[in-house]
Design a binder for this molecule. Structure first.
Ligand code: SIN
Length: 457
């Protein structure tokens, strides 16, 4: 059985891929289990070399990868190029980390024995990646898994499996032994994932996707007490204080809203602006949003491609309609055009609007005002999500005060982009568990083994 992968801009079928079911998933895990011991025993420098060769091949073939990302996901080519670089950065970062996995040698407090710790790969992992960054979200998981000595079953999103398949081919060309990475493509993920999570040979789940699905997977993962890393939904506030550099705030707002067409868990979801500068910010921001050119991602002039599918267009349109019905004003955009949704700015959005409480995953910016710092913090933290917040101010004291009190895993201070392979990416509250990237990223794939050494006998 197979299923079609379509270009979201045209609906054209790009390819047909295997439609795996639970039995194929078990076969993939068999292969990962068989390969685990030898991969864990491969010297760290050799594991790193495979990652570095893969990184080099990604960059040599950047044009091919970028075009494939654009064709299956829809984002403009320039953003796909940036994604390939981002994906390659994870491979490089974790290749560098592979040789720094360390342990400890300590004298016990009573002096009667030695405490020796070592770090071991957790074992075969299930890596479930989303459609919004079809390449980078896979290397963000595979990089540390492979560096740590884990084998993997990878399940890419059904909308965008092609970049993952090409990556796997390149990993093989870079010298990755067979069975270390096993991709299962499927249009019916639930039974397949359920089968894998029930298999006691699986030791780890890493998932990026919605909080709703993350909760279900956590419940299933509880059966075998799996290690889990969960990168879930967000509802990022973008705070602009009256003392901010407004030029920088408008630039940062465009980046935080429009990167990936707003289809990102770190996209700014609520724009909260201090009253004295609210009108000026909204006017300048809406002006820039109205200039954003909608076109297929393959068009070199495209700034905003199609949304991933018709369901998503309908969802975003529903959120805008709800806000307008409740009294919001549309400054620019506001109406879907086929698979596209234009860059949209809304103002006077009442707190009750769904758009304040749900992740938009589209290029829509609801703008609201706040009175003072405590009002801003209360509004920003009024959500079960806690992934990222953006904060624009020139007052250092305020930056630290507010930065520390924002209930998020990440804060962009006078920056509209926090993502970087060298930084720990992740959230608190319902936005997830664990961190990806940074020094923390590889920890998610290692467990500490403690040896108690008695030297007396
Ligand atoms: C995501 O949207 O899931 C990740 C975005 C990023 O890494 O910047």
């Amino acid at each position: 059985m197979s299923f079609a992968v379509r270009d979201p801009a045209t609906g054209e079928v790009l390819d047909e891929v295997a439609d795996a079911g639970p039995d194929e998933a078990t076969a993939a895990l068999d292969a990962a289990v068989d390969a685990q011991e030898a991969w864990a025993a491969t010297p760290p420098r050799e594991r790193a070399a495979v990652l570095l060769r893969t990184r080099d091949m990604l960059l040599t073939r950047i044009e091919e990868f970028a075009l494939l990302i654009t064709r299956e996901m829809g984002k403009p080519l320039a953003e796909s190029w940036a994604e390939v670089q981002y994906a390659a950065d994870f491979l490089q970062w974790f290749a560098e980390e592979a040789v720094r996995i360390s342990g400890e040698y300590r004298v016990s407090p009573g002096g009667d024995f030695r405490i020796v710790t070592t770090r071991q790969p957790v074992g075969p992992c299930l890596l479930i990646s989303p459609w919004n960054f079809p390449l980078a979200m896979i290397t963000r998981k595979l990089g540390p898994a492979l560096a740590a000595g884990c084998t993997a079953v990878v399940k890419p999103a059904e909308d965008t499996p092609l970049s993952c398949l090409l990556l796997t081919q390149v990993l093989g060309e870079a010298g990755l032994p067979p069975g270390v990475v096993n991709v299962v493509t499927t249009s019916r993920p639930a039974p397949l994932v359920e089968r894998l999570l029930a298999d006691p040979r699986l030791r780890k789940l890493s998932f990026t996707g919605s909080t709703q699905v993350g909760r279900l997977l956590l419940a299933q993962a509880a059966g075998n007490v799996l290690r889990t890393s969960m990168e879930l939904g967000g509802n990022a506030p973008f705070l602009v204080f009256a003392d901010a550099d407004l030029d920088a705030a408008v630039e940062g707002a465009l980046l935080a809203k429009l990167r990936n067409g707003g289809q990102s868990c770190v996209a700014a979801n609520r724009f909260l602006v201090e009253e004295p500068v609210a009108e000026e910010f909204a006017t300048r921001f809406a002006d820039r949003m109205s200039d954003v050119r909608l076109a297929p991602g393959t068009d070199p002039g495209s700034r905003l491609g199609p949304l991933i599918n018709a369901r998503q267009v309908e969802r975003v349109a529903g959120l805008v309609d709800d806000a307008v019905t409740r009294g919001a004003r549309v400054l620019t955009g506001g109406r879907a055009a086929g698979p596209y949704f234009p860059a949209t700015a809304l103002t006077d959005v009442p707190p009750s609007a769904r758009i304040h409480h749900e992740e938009i995953f589209g290029p829509v910016a609801p703008i609201t005002t706040f009175k003072d710092e405590s009002d801003a913090l209360a509004m920003a933290n009024d959500t079960p999500y806690g992934l990222v917040a953006y904060l624009y101010t020139r007052d250092l004291g305020r930056a630290v005060r507010v930065g520390e009190r924002l209930e998020t895993g990440m804060v962009g201070l006078n920056r509209g982009l926090v993502s970087n392979a060298a930084a720990p990416f992740g959230g608190v509250k319902s936005s997830g568990l664990g961190r990806e990237g940074g020094f923390e990223g590889i920890e998610e794939y290692l467990s500490t083994k403690y040896l108690a050494l008695d030297l007396t006998s």
